[in-house]
Design a protein around this ligand. Structure first.
Ligand code: MF3
Ligand code: CO
Length: 250
C-alpha cells in the first residue's frame, strides 16, 4: 500500500478543493426543507460547481449518475437524486465531491429536515462525534487503524453499529487513493501516519444492525433492518503536529 505524501503545492490545491466542497455543502444545506426534492439539491450543487469552475467528482465515477449522493433515513450511502420530496422529520445524508485544479475534496454531512426525533438526532450527533474520536489519533507516528478502532468503539458504546462494506480512503488527484480506512477495529495497527497524507475519514453508522442491502437501482445502499443511518465525512490533512480539516463546512 503506497500512501501519497502531498507536497506544499499540492496541499495548497487540496485546500482550495476542500474549501469549495465545504462551500458547496453550505449552498445545498441552505435549500434543505420539507417539500424540496433531492433533485433540487443536485441542481443547487451543480450550479455552485459551475459558477466556481469546478467539476463534480462523483458524476460518472464507476458510472455513478449524479454529482451528489443523497441518502434519506434508512438509506446509508449512494442514494441517487430523484423527484422524491424530503419531509418533516427526515434525516438526509449528503455526500459531495468537488474537483478543482485536478484535486478532489470529499465531504458528507447528515442534515435534519424540519423537526427530527430525539432518536434520529442522537444518531446523527453520535456519528459526527465518532469522527472526532477517531481523529484524536490523526498525527504523525500514530497508526491508521488507531483511528478506525476509536470510531468503532465510540459508535458501539453508544449502542449503534458501523457499516463494514464501505470505508474511508486517501484522496488527492484521484477520489479514492490508498489507504482504505475502515471504521471498525482491525487486528493490526495499520500503516504509520505521516505529514502530507490526505485522508477522507467517513463513519457510516446504523441505529440498528450493521448489515446492508443494495436496492434494485444498483446504487442505493440501505440498512438491512430498515433502521436509520447517518454519515459524516471530512477530508483531512495530516500535519506535523496533528491534522487540519480541509472541508470545514460549519
Ligand atoms: N463519497 C463517496 C466516497 O467517499 C464517493 C461516492 S462514490 C460514487 O467514496 F460512486 F457515488 F461516486
Ligand atoms: Co469518501
Amino acid at each position: 500500500m503506497a500512501i501519497n505524501i502531498k507536497n506544499d503545492e499540492q496541499i495548497a490545491l487540496m485546500r482550495v478543493a476542500g474549501e469549495l466542497t465545504a462551500q458547496c455543502h453550505r449552498a445545498v444545506a441552505s435549500v434543505i426543507r420539507p417539500g424540496v426534492t433531492t433533485m433540487e439539491l443536485e441542481k443547487e450543487a451543480r450550479a455552485f460547481m459551475e459558477v466556481n469552475d469546478a467539476d463534480p467528482s462523483f458524476l460518472g465515477y464507476n458510472g455513478y449518475p449524479a454529482a451528489l449522493c443523497v441518502s434519506v433515513n434508512e438509506e446509508i450511502i449512494h442514494g441517487t437524486p430523484s423527484l422524491k420530496k424530503l419531509k418533516n422529520g427526515d434525516i438526509v445524508s449528503v455526500d459531495i465531491g468537488v474537483k478543482k485544479n485536478g484535486f478532489h475534496g470529499d465531504c458528507a454531512r447528515t442534515y435534519f429536515v424540519g423537526d427530527v426525533s430525539p432518536k434520529a438526532r442522537n444518531l446523527v450527533e453520535t456519528t459526527e462525534a465518532s469522527f472526532f474520536e477517531g481523529v484524536k489519533f490523526a498525527e504523525p507516528g500514530r497508526r491508521l487503524y488507531e483511528i478506525s478502532g476509536a470510531i468503532n468503539d465510540y459508535v458501539e458504546s453508544a449502542g449503534y453499529s458501523v457499516v463494514r462494506e464501505y470505508v474511508g480512503h486517501g484522496v488527492g488527484r484521484r477520489l479514492h487513493e490508498d489507504p482504505q480506512i475502515p471504521n471498525y477495529r482491525m487486528p493490526s495497527k495499520g500503516p504509520r501516519l505521516a505529514a502530507g497524507m490526505v485522508l477522507a475519514i467517513e463513519p457510516m453508522v446504523n441505529a440498528g444492525r450493521c448489515e446492508i442491502k443494495l436496492l434494485d437501482d444498483g446504487w442505493t445502499v440501505v440498512t438491512a433492518d430498515g433502521s436509520l443511518s447517518a454519515h459524516y465525512e471530512n477530508t483531512i490533512l495530516i500535519t506535523e503536529t496533528g491534522y487540519e480539516i480541509l472541508t470545514p463546512v460549519e
